[in-house]
Write a protein that binds this ligand. Structure first.
Ligand SMILES: Nc1ncnc2c1ncn2[C@@H]1O[C@H](COP(=O)(O)OP(=O)(O)OP(=O)(O)O)[C@@H](O)[C@H]1O
Ligand SMILES: [Mg+2]
Length: 224
């Protein structure tokens, strides 16, 4: 299996406090990584560093062999726009745009020629096809998160980073969203790094970690 991203002893402090203690992390093509941990343990900070949004104080992150944070700003934003996808707890949809326009947003980076037809195909798979011309405010929380997932996969990125994607959803909707997210990434061979307390809902083999006071511990890995 190909290593997409390798983080080597990355760490981060804020105001003199070690928020993430040196962490090693390897993401292979199509692999699923689930991170649990108490509030304030440093999960979001770790995810932001892995996802190219927060430069570590120390250590190195190589993406496809290049030191991510040593690339120029343009190259870094190109990677964030085309190779990475993001899903957040609070959806982060743009209220002035329709569902369809929200899903199409990443296509502005479309140097790979992703077909616009893919919007309806992905919307179908996520069960939101009938909402394409509505504005996000008219959708339920679970529907809005499925729109955010569609937007995250539209470019067929190599890795999706999801930070508590079901944190604002009820139990039933949580189950649906985790299943859709993990099935979709598996079928498209996209790696997934997800911060969530819902690890029991993953049916695919996955790596499981807990974050405790800035230290990442591996709990379980998939059998070879
Ligand atoms: N930009 C920042 N400036 C200062 N402190 C920060 C910054 N970002 C995070 N922190 C601090 O780092 C600690 C860990 O934050 P982080 O958001 O990574 O935790 P978390 O595990 O994601 O928590 P939660 O489960 O509540 O989302 C917190 O105490 C937070 O206040
Ligand atoms: Mg967090």
């Amino acid at each position: 299996m190909k290593n997409l991203l390798v983080a080597d002893n990355i760490s981060k402090s804020f105001n003199g406090k070690n928020i993430v203690k040196p962490v090693n992390f390897t993401i292979q093509q199509g692999s699923i990584h689930v991170i649990e941990g108490k509030s304030g343990s440093g999960k979001s900070t770790l995810l932001s560093m892995l996802g190219g949004m927060e430069k570590p104080d120390r250590g190195d992150i190589r993406f496809n062999g290049h030191s991510l944070y040593r690339l120029g700003d343009n190259e870094q934003s190109k990677i964030r726009g085309t190779s990475f996808g993001y899903v957040f707890q609070s959806f982060h949809l743009i209220p002035e745009l329709t569902v369809k326009e929200n899903i199409e947003l990443p296509l502005q980076f479309n140097s790979r020629g992703v077909e616009k037809d893919r919007v309806s195909e992905i919307a179908n798979r996520l069960g939101i096809a009938s909402h394409l011309h509505k504005r996000p405010d008219f959708l339920s929380g679970g529907e809005q998160q499925r729109v955010a997932i569609a937007r995250a996969v539209i470019m067929e990125p190599q890795i999706i980073f999801a930070d508590e994607p079901t944190g604002n959803l009820d139990q039933t909707t949580t189950k649906t969203v985790i299943e859709l997210l993990s099935n979709l990434t598996s079928s498209l061979n996209i790696a997934l790094v997800v911060v969530t307390h819902e690890q029991h809902l993953f049916t695919q083999p996955h790596h499981l970690y807990t974050m405790e006071d800035g230290s990442l511990k591996k709990v379980r890995q998939p059998h070879a």
